[in-house]
Design a protein around this ligand. Structure first.
Ligand code: SF4
Length: 229
């Protein structure tokens, strides 16, 4: 299955969220330069997401296999022990903000832009979750994620980003994200991982075409909601 790209992520700038993140109060006269930069940069922001719908082909105590690609993590395997369908993904603030011409010596501009990129990344994550919930009969609250390299390094090593990128296909062409030899993602405000439902709502199976699923709880109908509900 090919990956789906979401490249029309809405960004609604919230000055309070920005302040929480950066401690810059845009209503203060001293923040005028920051406000002007944001005003100029916001129209360029293009956060994006890409994801795939995958089914677990095989599982072992310390790994799972998706589309013939093995992911090594005992915790991942445990978290997916009751799950059949997962959503490998990459979300990013987009390369467009990095392309803006800002002096390398302008520390404030770099800081402000980094704050905006973080808000764009959050918008992309929220958009992806809302999209998955609407498309696959899930609820946003029940979607959990695991990310290579986050938390204890042994939980799911950061090097596992390589098979994740391999699984998703041409990530650079699709959303502009590059993975370096040291497993850093560029642009910096980018997250990769696997989203999965912590509980499988009944309605979810009604929208899922997987044949012979051992955990199917309802016939496929292609329609959200249950008859009479
Ligand atoms: S049929 Fe239901 S349990 Fe099986 S993969 Fe689809 S949503 Fe998950």
């Amino acid at each position: 299955m090919t990956a789906t790209v979401l490249d029309s992520v809405p960004v609604s700038f919230d000055p309070q969220e920005f302040q929480k993140l950066t401690h810059i109060d845009l209503s203060e006269p001293s923040a005028q330069a920051a406000a002007e930069l944001l005003h100029a940069a916001l129209p360029a922001a293009r956060p994006k997401a890409m994801y795939k719908v995958c089914y677990i082909d095989d599982r072992a105590e310390d790994s799972v296999e998706l589309e013939g690609i093995r992911f090594n993590s005992r915790v991942l395997s445990q978290n997916l022990s009751e799950v059949e369908r997962v959503f490998p993904y990459i979300v990013t603030c987009g390369i467009e903000l990095d392309a803006l011409e800002i002096s390398q010596n302008d520390l404030l501009a770099g800081y402000v832009l980094d704050g905006l990129k973080e808000l764009c990344l959050r918008a992309a994550i929220a958009h992806l979750k809302n999209h998955l919930a609407a498309e696959y009969g899930l609820t946003v609250e029940d979607l959990s994620t695991m990310n290579p390299g986050s938390g204890n390094k042994d939980v799911w090593p950061i090097s596992q980003q390589r098979p994740l990128f391999q699984l998703l296909g041409d990530v650079a062409d699709s959303i502009g994200v590059h993975l370096t030899d040291s497993f850093l993602m560029i642009p910096n405000k980018t997250v990769s991982g696997i989203l999965f439902p912590t509980e499988i709502p009944f309605v979810s199976c009604q929208l899922c075409t997987r044949e012979d699923c051992p955990r199917r709880r309802a016939e496929y109908t292609g329609v959200v909601g249950m008859a009479g509900h």
